[in-house]
Design a protein around this ligand. Structure first.
Ligand code: NAD
Length: 479
């Protein structure tokens, strides 16, 4: 049904069946590179959400009672199904999000496969029962999970939540982002194909209203949310009325620190890595390294290198295999990113590269020029607020203690990086940064390591063993 990647039927997946939602007008999904329509998604109604949650609730007793090895087999089959469709999924996400196709293939379509396969493996490592004195402590699933996800890595964010929750024995209703909801229907089709029991996984695309109906539904036991801090606050307020458990993965303003002992060679590697991280998916990555904190005496050299790296970055049609930087997701996001750049300059930052320039060869699409700003200090908003665009803010430090101070001078604490000559010293510096993940001297993303934020970046962890734990609660039997 999704062959070619175009969907025009307002589909929802409820109780094991794909069907058209007819209660509300559909949502046009736009291609940010062409501004054309990719497909029409459902705007799930309160009625759709109610049917989905009831299906999940009805499926919960049998699913949670299945031996974990059987749940793991379903997860593996979901991962295998995604693997077979990788090319179609990459193409559809490129159309919905604007991610360059090569990056979609390597990240957008590949990570969801790894999420399901990893969850299948680590589910078998969970300690479902432990003895504590005269107590038998059982790990039990939370129940029905409402999963609300954003558009930037849309299928990975769904897969991270669904794989962990299903592994734990929960059943799930997913509400994908209205900006990139169509790729989730691949997962629905695969669930149908592999015979996942009806109701275990339900997908109701929609908007804020759909999301609120899900959070407030009395049969939803827990809400797992990834998105903006403002929405996270709203969701946790709504959930607190019940109250019900929430997991919040919010934004970031992650800093890369270049330590004072860095050689020119290390500096070059650090800057290359930071530019790639900052521009990946047009800067619409929650763990993007969007602050670069470097020794004051190296500022001029750093700005020269970073500018040269950005100048070489191939920008253009996401379908062109050479493209590394595509458009941002929407006209609204385009305006928001340019607004951040304008305020930065008004606040005293120096525009070193990019800004409101346009690419003469790109007449359609929401393309933002990669941008470098030098901030006088971390008090101005460009050094504090998440831009979610290809914008790097450079800050000078006066020694490694000062670098740590600057990195921590943020409401966020999602990710970060530390580069220097002595790895042990870099690790010691990383220990002082309040952030959920930190890469040392180019350490690579690990899809089994706990992922999540400190401070205003949220709470709870996803991926690997830690991800499954979030969907479990304990019960103790005294004997
Ligand atoms: P968003 O908060 O606008 O939307 C996220 C989801 O919440 C969407 O599905 C949306 O429909 C839904 N939603 C919106 N209002 C709602 C409400 N009142 N009740 C229930 N659901 C509601 O965020 P976005 O623009 O899609 O995503 C960008 C943000 O997500 C950025 O801030 C980014 O940093 C963050 N993000 C965080 C992580 C992470 O793991 N920490 C990962 C990716 C993105």
């Amino acid at each position: 049904m999704l062959t070619g990647g175009y969907v025009h039927d307002r589909l929802v997946y409820i109780d094991g069946a794909l069907a058209s939602s007819r209660d509300r007008a559909g949502i046009e999904v736009l291609n940010p590179a062409t501004e054309g329509v990719v497909g029409i998604a459902a705007a799930g109604s309160a009625g759709d959400v109610d049917r989905a949650v009831r299906a999940a609730s009805a499926a919960f007793p049998a699913w949670s009672a299945l031996p974990v090895s059987e749940r793991a087999n379903y997860l593996r089959a979901l991962g295998d199904g995604l693997e077979k469709r990788r090319a179609d999924i990459a193409a559809l996400i490129t159309a919905e999000v604007g991610t360059p196709l090569a990056v979609s293939e390597r990240i957008q379509a590949a990570l969801p496969v790894a999420d399901f396969h990893n969850a299948a493996d680590v589910a078998l490592e969970v300690e479902w029962e432990t003895e504590v004195g005269n107590s038998l402590v059982l790990a039990e699933p939370l129940g029905v999970v409402g999963a609300i996800t954003p558009w930037n890595y849309p299928l990975h964010q769904i897969a991270a939540k669904v794989s962990a929750a299903l592994a734990a024995g929960c059943t799930v209703v997913v509400k994908p982002s209205e900006l990139a909801p169509l790729n989730a229907l691949h997962l629905a089709e695969i669930a149908e194909d592999i015979g996942l029991p009806p109701g275990v996984l339900n997908i109701v695309p929609g908007d804020m209203l759909t999301g609120e109906s899900l959070v407030e539904h009395e049969l939803v036991d827990a809400v797992s949310f990834t998105g903006s801090p403002a929405t996270g606050r709203r969701i946790s307020r709504l959930a607190a009325r019940a109250p019900k458990r929430t997991l919040l993965e919010l934004g970031g303003k992650s800093a890369c620190i270049l330590l004072t002992d860095s050689t020119v060679d290390t500096e070059r590697k650090a800057l290359t890595d930071t530019v790639q991280s900052c521009l990946r998916n047009s800067g619409q990555t929650c763990i993007a390294l969007s602050r670069l904190v470097v020794p004051r005496e190296r500022i001029d050299a750093v700005l020269e290198t970073v500018t040269a790296l950005m100048d070489e970055y191939p920008v253009g049609d996401p379908l062109d295999p050479g493209t590394k930087l595509g458009p941002v997701i929407s006209q609204q996001q385009y305006a928001s990113v340019l607004g951040h750049i304008e305020s930065a300059v008004n606040d005293g930052a120096r525009l070193v590269y990019g800004g409101a320039e346009r690419f003469p060869h790109l007449t359609r699409g929401y393309y933002v020029y990669p941008t470098v700003l030098l901030a006088p200090d971390s008090s101005i908003s460009i050094a504090r607020e998440e831009v979610f665009g290809p914008v790097l803010t450079v800050l000078a430090h006066d020694g490694d203690d000062d670098a740590v101070r600057i990195a921590n001078d943020s409401d966020y604490g999602l990710s970060g990086a530390v580069w220097g000559e002595d790895r042990d010293y870099a690790v010691a510096v990383a220990r002082r940064i309040r952030s959920g993940q930190i890469d040392i001297c180019g350490g690579r993303f690990n899809p089994r390591a706990p992922f999540g934020g400190m401070k205003r970046s949220g709470y709870g962890r996803e991926l690997g063993r830690y991800g499954i734990d979030e969907y479990l609660q304990t019960k103790s039997l005294q004997r």
